[in-house]
Write a protein that binds this ligand. Structure first.
Ligand SMILES: [Zn+2]
Ligand SMILES: [Zn+2]
Length: 188
């Protein structure tokens, strides 16, 4: 199942070391990256206390161009935790700042695995924003990171899908638990 296209954990870990240098993360316990073939719909996830990242081989084998983005996304979670402590929101401004430094769009989580035929040429996207505090959700073409109607600030999970009927369905049917899992992060 693991094809030749997939980079070895050694290479992925070296990439994390490179990103940590860019982000000026103090040297700590090495981050361990592994391919976990039990992951289903999650492209990647980070266990930030343990400094561990898991990537989905089946999904990323089909979208090898996403490997680096997913890796850096997860690495930024571990880095944000080490730099700013455990209380910083998963996709809050610290994490977004690290993504920007890495040259990646910060308002984006992992692309959903959709059949190639559904991908629109213009790559239009829609986003599901779920509040981790109240579960309130919004699907829109633009993500706003302001406060939720419930008063919670920066406690959103954001997931992206193509702006197609299939993408809309996927976002509509996604539970808070699934959104959290897909994001590979758990807020305390
Ligand atoms: Zn809320
Ligand atoms: Zn995330």
């Amino acid at each position: 199942m693991m094809g030749r296209v997939l980079p070895t954990p050694d290479l992925l870990e070296a990439r994390v070391v490179e990103m940590f240098a860019l982000w000026r993360v103090p040297l700590g316990a090495p981050v361990v990256v592994s391919w976990n073939s039990r992951l289903r719909s999650t492209a990647g996830r980070a266990f930030y206390r343990e400094g561990r990242i898991e990537l989905n081989p089946a999904l990323l084998e089909r979208s090898p161009d996403q490997i680096d983005t997913v890796l850096v996304h997860e690495a930024a979670h571990v880095a944000a935790h080490r730099l700013f402590g455990s209380r910083c929101p998963a996709h809050g401004r610290h994490w977004r700042g690290l993504m920007r430094l890495a040259g990646l769009p910060p308002d984006v989580t992992h692309a959903l695995p959709v059949p190639l035929g559904q991908r629109s040429r213009r790559r239009e996207r829609i986003y599901l924003r779920v509040c981790d505090a109240c579960g309130g959700r919004r699907i829109a073409r633009i993500v706003r990171y302001d406060a939720c109607a419930c008063g919670a600030v920066r406690r959103f999970f954001v997931l992206r899908a193509p702006a197609t009927a299939g993408g809309l369905d996927a976002l509509r049917n996604m539970s808070l638990a699934e959104a959290r899992e897909r994001c590979g992060t758990a807020l305390k």
